[in-house]
Design a protein around this ligand. Structure first.
Ligand code: NAD
Ligand code: TYD
Length: 345
């Protein structure tokens, strides 16, 4: 079987490629990635040594390139991780989110129709459901929860989900979708909560907590997400959506304090800053469907996963250093300087 993994040089894609290369010695994998600021070819250094792996630089929204790649490779499966993935960036620069997350998915789906594939899997997010109130712990996102996205990021992902499902219904394309909660683990770009807080704690830089830090996210170790996607590719039902999560809800401030404790840094580094506009209050997945139908359950508890993650960042200082370029500093000041002026109401 030949599998194209788009966006495989990013956080989850990298973890997925290492997982499947080992799990399926009979398969060949091609990573197609544009190498945006979030894509890092050094992540795949080990994979590139494997004769069953190939890297191709390219944009999923580039129709000619995608059709050429499909014509040459004749893939059996496509797993689409490629996306602009950060909510804060989508608030400031929505354009690229619409191009990659919507148009890019449309191009991939068209290529799947034109050349024929066994499966197109869209890696989506629980953020397509919008948010849940903080005071209703009894409420969870099920696969039937209406889509109600809040940010340019989540609305672009919801659009892609709808288009993929429409290609299944209209053209019979063999599509599956997974909607996962927040991931954490090795190779995550330090614009997201956990690696950003680890990096800042390591360097005694203040930890910027949005609002009161009481928003809730449902954290899942990245390898558990990779296992779930692989299982959906093996045994998931065509045309179905699977929510992926492990009932691990935490307030942001709890996560930040756990990182400070593990890195032996003082709580005085915490700085409460002006909230993110449109900030979703709570995400919480009901994972009953994938638990019951596919027998998936998360293997790594948060305490173990976060310890492993912090250890990885401490041991991979060079990886971090390569990312902390002028580009990152520019991004950081755009998001974190003068927040009251930019985002205050
Ligand atoms: P990431 O930002 O770390 O990686 C995205 C990758 O896509 C990068 O390698 C980037 O270079 C590539 N890319 C971007 N635009 C591209 C384009 N036009 N053509 C080809 N490649 C392009 O993201 P991630 O955190 O690894 O997320 C991967 C997927 O999983 C995304 O679709 C995201 O919506 C979804 N997801 C993420 C999380 C999470 O917590 N990180 C949770 C649920 C779902
Ligand atoms: P993030 O990692 O950006 O993921 P998402 O917004 O997609 O869930 O943020 C996770 C939570 O952490 C979210 O509630 C916003 C909050 N947050 C901060 O408080 N400070 C920060 O600097 C960042 C990046 C996020």
């Amino acid at each position: 079987m030949k599998v194209i993994v788009t966006g495989g040089a990013g956080f989850i894609g990298t973890n997925f490629i290492y997982y499947v290369l080992e799990k399926h010695p009979e398969n060949e994998y091609i990573c197609l990635d544009k190498l945006t600021y979030a894509g890092n070819l050094t992540n795949l250094e080990e994979a590139i040594k494997n004769p069953r792996f190939k890297f191709v630089k390219g944009d999923i929204a580039d129709r000619d390139l995608i059709y050429r790649l499909f014509a040459e490779e004749r893939p059996d499966q496509i797993v689409n991780f490629a996306a602009e993935s950060h909510v804060d960036r989508s608030v400031l620069f929505p354009d690229e989110f619409l191009r990659t997350n919507i148009t890019g998915v449309g191009v991939l789906l068209d290529a799947c129709r034109k050349y024929g594939i066994e499966r197109f899997h869209q890696v989506s997010t629980d953020e397509v459901y919008g948010d849940l109130p903080l005071d209703r712990k009894d409420l969870f996102f099920t696969e039937d929860t209406p889509l109600n996205p809040s940010s340019p990021y989540s609305s672009s992902k919801a659009s892609a989900d709808l288009i993929a499902l429409a290609y299944h219904r209209t053209y019979g394309l063999p599509v599956t979708i997974s909607r996962c909660s927040n991931n954490y683990g090795a190779y995550q770009f330090p614009e997201k909560l956990i690696p950003l807080m680890i990096y800042n704690a390591m360097h005694d830089i203040e930890l910027p907590v949005y609002g009161e830090g009481i928003n809730v996210r449902d954290w899942l170790f990245v390898e558990d997400h990779c296992i779930a996607i692989d299982l959906i590719l093996q045994s998931g039902k065509i045309g179905e959506v699977y929510n992926v999560g492990g009932h691990n809800e935490k307030q942001n401030i709890e996560v930040v304090k756990a990182i400070l404790k593990a890195t032996n840094k003082p709580k005085t580094l915490i700085k409460y800053v002006t909230d993110r506009p449109g900030h979703d209050l709570r995400y919480a997945i009901d994972p009953e469907k994938i638990w019951n139908e596919l027998g998936w359950k998360p293997l790594t508890p948060f305490e173990k996963g976060i310890e492993q993650t912090i250890k990885w960042y401490l041991e991979n200082v060079e990886w971090m250093k390569d990312i902390m370029t002028g580009e990152y500093e520019k991004y950081y000041s755009e998001v974190y300087n003068n927040r009251e002026e930019k985002f205050g109401r």
